[in-house]
Design a binder for this molecule. Structure first.
Ligand code: ATP
Length: 256
């Protein structure tokens, strides 16, 4: 499978309401290479979710374009999967049916989609919970199920909007490690939004920071100590001088 780069050109976005116009994004140019794990941090309201929704094809930009390879993004597509902060599982379906839903809508035969669902539930450690309803799962497990659903669709690009923001610290750390494993195994392109500077630096192969009003990318650097081929990082990574240095500079970029 050939993966494509994501190319954002001259993106601007304005929300108009009765109170006036909000310029959420301003002159965003960005290329995400196949297989990058790009983390995007920035203060609340700086436009991170708006950018993600435009990449997902859920919001049409006021000005500018997004391409995946040669394709202009105009609507959601099977090449892009979205994981939101709050799990968006259907409460009336069991976990397996929730994971299968995208494949079902695309007309994938039952045996095939069941197999894909069970494989991805195993990937996220939920093999034994396929018959449960979402309300029987913890927040972390629901988030895992949401990730399994995206993986079952096998998108090239995974867009994650603060997926671990609402989880307790321990569950969050476990899911961070799982995400890194998954990324290294599959080589998928991932854009990951977070409020946490530590999470951005820990997970990213490249770290972006946006500034608010109007939303612009003000920081864009590789996370050098997590270059391809390095082992999945442990807590030791956080004590490396390079980690501390990048964390400090990301924090400065956010506060300026
Ligand atoms: N549907 C909307 N209508 C009007 N204004 C909006 C809408 N969605 C977002 N905004 C405004 O656009 C700006 C960017 O919002 P956005 O949700 O993209 O920020 P964010 O960086 O993701 O914030 P957070 O980290 O708090 O989720 C904010 O000022 C917000 O109030």
């Amino acid at each position: 499978m050939t993966q494509h780069e994501v190319v954002v050109r001259g993106l601007e976005h304005e929300f108009r309401s009765t109170g006036g116009a909000v310029r959420a994004l301003d002159r965003i140019d960005l290329t995400i290479e196949p297989g990058e794990l790009v983390t995007l941090a920035g203060p609340s309201g700086c436009g991170k979710s708006t950018l993600l929704r435009i990449l997902a094809g859920l919001t049409a930009p006021t000005v500018g374009t997004v391409h995946v390879g040669d394709e202009l993004v105009e609507r959601p597509g099977a090449d892009r999967g979205v994981v939101f902060q709050r799990p968006t599982l259907y409460p009336w379906l069991d976990v397996r049916a929730n994971v299968e839903i995208g494949l079902k809508l695309r007309g994938v035969p039952k045996d095939e989609r069941r197999e894909a669902a069970e494989r991805q539930l195993a990937t996220v450690g939920l093999a034994d919970f396929a018959d449960k309803r979402p309300y029987e799962l913890s927040g972390g497990m629901q988030q895992r199920a949401q990730i399994a659903r995206v993986l079952a669709n096998d998108p090239d690009i995974i867009l994650m909007d603060e997926p671990f923001g609402a989880l307790d610290a321990l569950t969050r750390e476990r899911l961070q490690a799982e995400l890194l494993n998954l990324w290294r195994r599959t080589g998928k392109t991932i854009l990951f939004i977070t409020h946490s500077v530590d999470e951005a630096v820990y997970l990213g192969s490249r770290v972006l920071v946006m500034s608010p009003r109007p939303g612009r990318i003000v920081f864009d650097e590789p996370a050098r100590f997590l270059r391809d081929g390095s082992p999945v990082p442990t807590d030791e990574v956080r004590t490396l001088p390079e980690f501390v240095d990048l964390t400090t500079r990301v924090r400065d970029a956010i506060s300026h």
